[in-house]
Each structure stands twice: as C-alpha cells, then as structure tokens.
Ligand binder design. Structure first.
Ligand SMILES: CC[C@H](C)[C@H](NC(=O)C[C@H](O)[C@H](CC1CCCCC1)NC(=O)CCNC(=O)[C@H](Cc1ccccc1)NC(=O)N1CCC(N)CC1)C(=O)NCc1cnc(C)nc1N
Length: 330
C-alpha cells in the first residue's frame, strides 16, 4: 500500500507544517505536526486540563468505539524549545493519507505547557523519529511509521515541504514527479534516535563550495536551520548590517536586505536554499528588523536541518534495515 497527505504551513512564516489525522470510530480529525525530530504521537484531548485548551481540536476517547486504555502507561515529553506535555495512553484506529494503523498508540495529553496552549494551529504531534526517542513508560510504544511500514510497498516516507503553500508527505512510494534530477542517498546514524546524517559541505552565494563534514539531523519539527558558528558567521558577513542580537536571541538584519543563497552538500549533490527563505520573518509584527532563518547551533549541541532547509528539497526518509536519507532538488 501507499498513500499521500497534503501538509500546509500553519502560518505565513512556515513556522510548522501540519497534516490532518483521523483518530477513532467515527473519525475524529486533528491537525498534527509531523515531526521527524521526536517519536511520540500525542494529542490534545477531553482529558486535557480545560484551562490549557484554547481552540485546538481534541480527541475524545470515550466517543470512539475502537479506543482502548493502555492501563499503567504514561508519557511525558520535553522539546528543544522547552515546551512540554504529558498524559496517558490509549490505542485506537489512526488513518493518515488513506493508510490505517488499526491499533495505534495515541498518547492523550492531560497537561500541556503554555506554548502549546497558545498555538491553536497544532492539535498535537505525530512523531516519525526512531523508537528510542519515544517517552512512554513502562515501555516505549511504536510510532505510526513502525505500525504501517510492513504494509508499505516501500519502507519509506517522503517530505515535500513548500514555502507559503501546501506540500505533501507520501508513504510507501517515491514520486519522481516531485523532484528534479536524481536522489542522492546518505547513511543515517539512528543514535540517539533522530534522522542524523553528514552533509558534505556548504556554499554561500556565488563563493566556492567548501567541502567539510557537517553532522546534523533532518527535523521537520524544527522551523529554522541551525549550523556551526563558523558557517553562520561567514554567511552573515555577506549581509551588510547583520548582527548577532542578544535582544532577539539570534542573527538579525534589515528586512530590506538581499540575502545570498545557501548551498549544502549531500554526497556529490548540492541543495540550494534561496536567500529569501533565510529572510525568515520580522522580529515582531511590522518591524523592519528581520530574524534569520539560519542560526547558530552552539547552544543546541547538534546541527538541525529544519524546515528552512527541508523546504528547498525533496527528502526520502528510508526506514529499511539500513536507514538512509535521500535528497533531491525540486
Ligand atoms: C521529546 C523528545 C524529543 C526527541 C525532543 N525533540 C525535539 O525537541 C525536536 C523536535 O523536532 C521539536 C518539535 C517541536 C516541539 C514544539 C512544537 C512543535 C514541534 N523541535 C524543537 O523543539 C525545535 C525548537 N523549536 C522550534 O523550532 C519551534 C517549533 C514550533 C513551530 C511552531 C509553533 C511552535 C513550535 N519554532 C521556533 O522555535 N520558532 C518558530 C517561531 C519563531 N517565533 C521562533 C522560531 C528532544 O530532543 N527533546 C530533548 C530536549 C529536551 N530539553 C531541551 C531544552 N532540548 C531538548 N532537545
């Protein structure tokens, strides 16, 4: 089997990309953030503290004839942006892009942190990382990808994210009409559970490409591109007036600046991120100071190829026995 689901940016800054997910019988449809940087499928629910729900769609297990409580199971997650959520676990029927997992672990939130409450565009997450990142106790629960991979024509899902418009996630098929040229594959290190790979270097604008190994994770759940200080400094050195602002917590510049393209290497292939994608958004609505889509990864401790990078490419997440990532331009 194979399937495809449209994914849309939740706002004009492409801060995150959500997909409709059907849960239960009859179907309850929630908009979840497909996140390759984590491995919990969790949702706002009828069990979520009422004061912490603000406009999100919720999953009500008691209204689903196929829901079952997983007795004794709990979960608790903390993300890179310090946001958190926790709760209990049910199993239920979950369908994405026409593909159904008949008994998917659905982690039901009892409490969520303020940043989730204030974001009515996201009703939860559907984690597509490796099992080692799953937070359920006393034992980890399989991801949606784990549960469907055996039925897929090919053990893959692909990401075709776009700037300010709908893209798609496909399951079980690689649609060659969605990219140009050929796919270049790189090995994935599944420790500690991210889609971690080594980029072969970078280029800034028309400057010569620099061959150097850059280890990072392909993370659909992270908005921006976070790389080593040396690369980031070299990039913003070409942007007059750019500065690393303590006030705004990162590199900023005049919104009127013209930003150079940023190229990253994957094997012998090169993916070009248009400079316009790195003109991420005004620091506050209406400001003439803009926050960069390329930022320093030092404080994170790992480089992250987030949506700013992913939306410049067509990416194959290959979950075969030797996991790998396929990259192509589009
Ligand atoms: C649950 C474990 C799991 C593996 C976890 N994974 C992650 O943190 C990566 C994962 O992809 C998560 C998934 C996010 C979580 C928040 C909700 C949206 C999805 N990514 C991040 O946390 C990266 C940093 N956050 C982001 O990139 C959020 C994402 C977001 C977008 C829209 C609305 C809300 C949030 N966006 C922003 O920060 N920006 C967009 C908004 C803009 N004004 C500023 C930049 C982890 O590593 N946790 C360990 C961990 C704990 N504590 C910390 C401090 N860091 C950690 N990494």
């Amino acid at each position: 089997t194979s399937g495809s689901v449209a994914t849309s940016p939740i706002d004009s800054s492409d801060d995150a990309y959500s997909i409709p997910v059907s849960i239960g019988t009859p179907a309850q449809v929630l908009n979840l953030d497909l996140d390759t940087g984590s491995s919990d499928l969790w949702v706002f629910s009828s069990l979520t503290t009422a004061s912490e729900v603000n406009g999100q769609n919720i999953y009500t297990p008691s209204k689903s004839s196929t829901s079952k409580l997983v007795s004794g199971a709990t979960w608790k997650v903390k993300y890179g942006d310090e946001s958190t959520s926790s709760g209990v676990v049910y199993t239920d029927k979950v369908t994405v892009g026409g593909i159904t997992a008949s008994s998917q672990a659905v982690e039901v939130a009892k409490t969520v942190s303020a940043s989730f409450t204030s974001n009515s565009d996201i009703d939860g997450l559907i984690g597509m990382g490796f099992d080692s990142l799953n937070s359920a106790k006393p034992s980890a629960v399989p991801t949606f990808f784990d549960n469907i991979i055996g039925n897929l024509d090919s053990p893959v899902f692909t990401a075709d994210l776009k700037h300010n418009k709908a893209g798609s996630y496909d399951f079980g098929v690689i649609d060659s009409s969605k990219y140009t040229g050929s796919l270049t594959y790189v090995a994935v290190d599944t420790d500690p559970g991210y889609w971690k790979f080594t980029s072969s270097g970078y280029g800034i604008g028309s400057a010569a490409f620099k061959s150097t190994s850059v280890v990072g994770i392909a993370d659909t759940g992270t908005t921006l591109l976070y790389l080593d200080t040396a690369i980031v400094k070299a990039y913003y050195a070409t942007v007059s007036g750019a500065s690393n602002s303590a006030t705004y917590g990162g590199w900023v510049f005049k919104c009127s600046a013209t930003l150079p393209n940023f190229v990253f290497g994957v094997g012998s292939a090169k993916i070009t991120i248009p400079g316009s994608y790195i003109n991420y958004s005004p620091v506050t609505t209406g400001s003439s100071t803009c926050f960069g889509g390329l930022q320093d990864s030092t404080d994170i401790g790992i480089n992250i190829f987030g949506d700013v990078a992913l939306k410049a490419a067509f990416v194959v997440f290959d979950g075969s026995d030797t996991p790998r990532l396929g990259w192509a331009s589009k």
